[in-house]
Design a protein around this ligand. Sequence first.
Ligand code: HEC
Ligand code: HEC
Ligand code: HEC
Length: 272
Amino acid sequence: MGKTFKTICLVLLSAVFLVGVADNADAAKKKIPKKPKYVGAAKCNGSCHDPYYQAWKNSPHGKSFNSLKPGEKAEAKKKAKLDPEKDYTTDPQCLRCHTTGYRESGGFKPAGSKNKKGKNVSTKIDPEEPSKEQVGCEMCHSAAGGGQFRVVMKNTKGDFKKDETEKYGQRWDYENTCSRCHNHPKSPHGDAKLDYAKVKDTVHPFAKFITEDNADQNIVKDGKVKDRAKTKAKSEETPLVIEDWDIKKDKLKFTKGTQPYDKKKKSFNYKK
Ligand code: HEC
Ligand code: HEC
Ligand code: HEC
């Protein structure tokens, strides 16, 4: 073989190789969905947040749907003047605070939910893998569901700045977020105050759930949480508004202007 021919072949081969690598890198980066929507806690687990998921699964928020079943938590129900024998798992009065994204895009749909064509669209429940039927990650961490910023997290392998996910609806106003349900005016449970500083570490004590299999997902140990804590997100400076709602004809309707994400304007509503 002539020397020139060999060189040409080598150049061509490397070109093919380089294009291939670039293609793969693009393929690995997923497209961010156009609209925010709820995806459920099981999706936050996947290959990313297993220690947080396991901790959450074993916490009251990871079991909040079960409290709506007849016979469960009878004392608490009597205290709230509720009927301990009644099945509340499809009751719109309860679902907003005891499940994920109820009456919002991608959110929980109770048993018996049908679309316009009459097809059953109720959320599938897997008792082994709690997800949208409980108070999931997205109720504290998102303004309208985590479907978009989850992709940013994946594409950056968790190495993102607060504002990069905040613009896709991740919220960092943690203490404010609790008041979407705790001490909310529409709560049937009275107004027992929540001491945020005292209870925040009980929400998902993930350190106890780190195992050999998920040790690579310890984002506290790898410094990412600490790095982010050095910066302040917009929602930490000015918290988002808190939803209000009414039940009309057995349907929950959010009060206009009280939702943290404005679907029409594609913008966020902050407290004034
Ligand atoms: C505005 C939000 C909100 C609504 C609406 C709501 N809950 Fe709750 N629920 C909570 C919160 C927050 C707690 C935990 C703290 C507390 O008791 O205030 C709770 C606790 C409970 C508990 C006690 C759980 C335990 O472990 O002791 C039961 C049972 C319960 N809710 C049932 C219901 C039922 C049934 C409905 C509907 C009739 C309902 N809730 C509506 C927010 C809500
Ligand atoms: C009831 C509210 C609530 C729920 C539900 C919840 N979290 Fe959190 N999460 C918090 C709070 C509050 C903090 C901040 C704690 C602190 O400041 O020490 C936090 C912090 C985190 C962090 C660290 C963020 C950072 O970079 O600083 C991760 C990761 C996380 N949560 C993941 C999850 C996952 C995954 C789920 C669901 C399986 C979940 N959370 C469910 C309230 C919640
Ligand atoms: C979407 C509604 C919702 C949000 C948001 C929410 N919670 Fe809860 N929380 C509940 C419900 C419902 C329960 C009761 C779960 C059950 O059925 O046992 C609960 C129970 C708890 C409990 C145990 C019961 C108690 O009152 O001591 C703690 C602690 C708690 N939440 C802390 C928080 C904190 C801290 C935040 C904010 C970072 C938060 N929650 C945000 C709905 C919510």
